[in-house]
Design a protein around this ligand. Sequence first.
Ligand code: 6PG
Length: 243
Amino acid sequence: APPPVLYSFADPDELSKGLASFVLAAQDEALKKQSTFKLAISGGSLPKVLGQDLINRTDVKWDKWEIFFADERVVPLDHEDSNFLANDNHLFSKVPIPRENIHVIDTSKLDNPEEVADEYEKQMIATFVGSNAIAFPRFDLILLGIGPDGHTCSLFPGHELLQENDGWVAYLTDSPKPPNTRITLTFPVLNHAHRVAFVASGEGKQEILHKALDQPEAGLPCSMVKVVSPGQVYWFSDDAALK
Ligand code: 6PG
């Protein structure tokens, strides 16, 4: 895999603008060859940075977007921990994206995370698989955050899910970051994407960003994202994180 491309911006506002332009370029490239733009998004601090500038852009083809969650906390969709809710607050509710294009987790099965994961995988299969069977979906873009321990999605250091080579969506009930029950995309799905972009902004990400960029061999979960060629990994950061 080619080395990651690092984009750095003076401050969070500039980062939001740069990220919006990047997402739009990915959208345009996808729509040149197919009818939809397939995107997966995480939660945490990402939705705010993503939404800030993107909601004001005029060249977004919202009705062509198919959105999945790179990971989701298994809570009701209106719970404050929900990654759907964070994205809804900062993005979905502010733009004309058809609700049926947003692939939410099934809240009727919250007490059965295995079923939630299976059901989510089925939604993904229905979106990605035409008449041909495929081993893994190929997202046009996956937008991810990074935790202070180097986790990304809900793939945590030392967790057995780091070895998952088979499924598209997995569940865990022992997340070290609460809430403990989550579903997450697996590494093979991340690694089959056309583009994976990590967003790390602010002083709190300084230490882990340096570790991720300078010691890729240290085996942090974020460094295990090695996108299959011709895909590419990107890092979006700001001066506060890069100092
Ligand atoms: C989650 C996220 C997770 C997040 C990182 C960074 O559900 O918690 O999807 O993977 O991206 O933990 O979180 P922050 O952006 O809030 O620091």
